[in-house]
Design a protein around this ligand. Sequence first.
Ligand code: ATP
Ligand code: ATP
Ligand code: MG
Ligand code: MG
Ligand code: MG
Ligand code: MG
Length: 257
Amino acid sequence: MAKSRFEYVKQFELEDPLLPHCWIVIRLDGKGFTRFSELHNFKKPNDEQALRLMNRCAVEVLEAFPDIRIAFGESDEYSFVFSKTCKIYGRRSSKLVSLVTSCFSGNYVRWWPEHFPSQPLLCTPIFDGRAVCYPTDHILRHYLAWRQADTHINNQYNTCFWALVHSGKSRTEAQDHLKGTQTAYKNELLFSEFGIKYGLLPVMFRKGSVVTRSRRQKTVKHAEDGTAVQREGGEVTVTHEDIIDDAFWETRPDILM
Ligand code: ATP
Ligand code: ATP
Ligand code: MG
Ligand code: MG
Ligand code: MG
Ligand code: MG
């Protein structure tokens, strides 16, 4: 194709490939969801439907991008882990971040009515996105452990905070009451004051959501001769397992392969 005299401007576009042989984590986070969750009457501390909508969007992202091995979500955030050897879009950071973020945001709007049939969407949900490279399996596991530990810390705090608020304390009083308190104190407060056994709260609230592909093989017909062939199932599923524990990784060695 003939080049125009304007073509030189293309040179200003810089390459932004992510490091080879590293795990790529794309993390999204809802912009201003403190306000968004109030505007849309999310139940506090945890709106189950809002979490299920986030999970639905994550499933769509894994279906759109086969190079994603695992995703972890909590609150208004989701982390997607691309395989360390994937070559998708030349591992260009801006391509990956923008495609994953817009895939997620578009699906959030698309599937909103199914999760909130009687709550109209009153403003446009938007998400930020970033890419981070992790050079070893060990550090990647620590990244995911960090997010799941965060889920627990936030959930425990928020459960106490909203129990105090629902019992008549102001938000400032509830905040002051919890300032500097430890895990053991918070568990005791929940149980003795409000009769809540932390360990019995729904596992999705305590552990967040883990999205993976099943390893189950499925039989498909060969495109040319119609013979039966075994394929990786690849069915995308959401669980709420403990991913800090070694046991998870021992039963799913395929994820880090
Ligand atoms: P930023 O734009 O900096 O991310 P933010 O207001 O989104 O600001 P976050 O730190 O991301 O702040 O916190 C997310 C907020 O959204 C929290 O206030 C949390 O309570 C609320 N939120 C997200 N998901 C839910 C949910 N499922 N149920 C109830 N509240 C939720
Ligand atoms: P990629 O994912 O690489 O961007 P693409 O199919 O989106 O692939 P583009 O080079 O971005 O390719 O071209 C956009 C395509 O969308 C073209 O084929 C163009 O004809 C079509 N398209 C976009 N907007 C319109 C429109 N308003 N009317 C008709 N066709 C459109
Ligand atoms: Mg934030
Ligand atoms: Mg946010
Ligand atoms: Mg957040
Ligand atoms: Mg295009």
